[in-house]
Design a protein around this ligand. Sequence first.
Ligand SMILES: [Zn+2]
Length: 241
Amino acid sequence: VVPLDQLRTEWKAALADAGLNEATVRLYPFEGEGAGEAGAYWFRPGDKLAVDYQFPDAERVEDANAPENRNLHRVTVWTGREPPILSGRLRHELEHARQWDHHGKALFDLHDLIEDEVLPHKAGGLQGCGGTFINFIPTEQDANAAAAMFLRDRYPEDLLATLREGKWRNLACSLVGPESLESLPKRMICFAYQFRDRCAQVEQERGVPFQQILAWSYDGAAGIWSALEKSRLQPAQISGS
Ligand SMILES: [Zn+2]
């Protein structure tokens, strides 16, 4: 278990690393390891939160929903893990806060579309597999890359090498920080295209063209999708012999 003062130190460092003002984020620590895989969760500003495994405390959920807190970033974390995992998780969740501050709801509607509707057709319910695909969503890759840079600055390499051999390796598996924040929405759309036929299943379920669903998040998204659909590839002619 990480003592509270160490948690506070890691939290402040993670906030500074993410360039976030402490007053815009509210942290809710829990003891133990938590019921979910992630061990930390970020909640969208404005959303009304409910008691569940991501936030299992009615009194603190009420605090998180109070008018003065509801529009803040809210993060839950379980402290029953060793420091590098805990630090990495804090920084990971704060990267989502940074992504939100830059791109807002539209980006996270894309995220939810991919995580909740597209990827379940690929590996939903396959124990130990579904999370692999979720971790490759660009919002998650970037959050893990941010965590990896934060850990590299704060912990010895041999400790991180051990971390990379275990279940939480995603927090330390990058040589570089996030790809550009600016390009994130486009990268989300290109990621969805890697599961193009699963997207067609979503289209059938909803009875709406997939590019229309994308267009509800971003003007221009449908254009990217149809460009991918319309382009025809021919192997390049190689001159000479
Ligand atoms: Zn995440």
